[in-house]
Design a protein around this ligand. Structure first.
Ligand code: CUA
Length: 145
């Protein structure tokens, strides 16, 4: 083996080891994890709105062929909402128009997102995962006043 080739190989292996070590350091010492929106919350069988404080809400969305439960939800502007989402049957999508909330409703799991609704308006929620013949009608909304 050529000397330069050998040096390059040793350097490459050295770098790999160094970066692998950084990964282990980030995971163990700094507790940095892969981002996830799946929670440990048990899947629920009904949708509901829970108000914790004047501007603090929790919404449990149940996706079902072909609607969301609860239907239209009304909240005051400036509300922070914890959104939990599960599915009662097949995989559905859940996207809140005009926000970065984009979840998947997977049977047996609960997805989570938090969003602060600053601006008043009607936020449409659509299913963006093909889920059968009623897919295109599967939507609901959050009305922020
Ligand atoms: Cu539910 Cu598409």
């Amino acid at each position: 083996m050529d000397k330069a080739e050998r040096t390059a190989l040793i350097l490459a292996i050295g770098f790999l080891g160094f970066f692998a070590g950084l990964l282990v350091y980030a995971a163990k010492a700094l507790n940095i994890d892969v981002p996830t929106c799946i929670t440990d919350v048990k899947p629920f069988t009904e949708g509901k709105v829970i108000q914790h404080a004047p501007n603090r809400y929790e919404i449990h969305y149940l996706a079902k062929m072909w609607y969301f439960e609860p239907a239209d939800v009304e909240i005051p502007a400036g509300s922070v909402v914890d959104i939990y989402l599960t599915s009662a049957d097949v995989i559905h999508g859940f996207q809140i128009d005009g926000t970065n909330v984009n979840l998947m409703a997977i049977p047996g799991t609960v997805a989570y997102a938090r969003y602060k609704f600053e601006k008043p308006g009607v936020y449409h929620i659509v299913c963006h995962e093909y889920c059968g013949i009623g897919h295109q009608d599967m939507s609901t909304k959050i009305i922020v006043k």
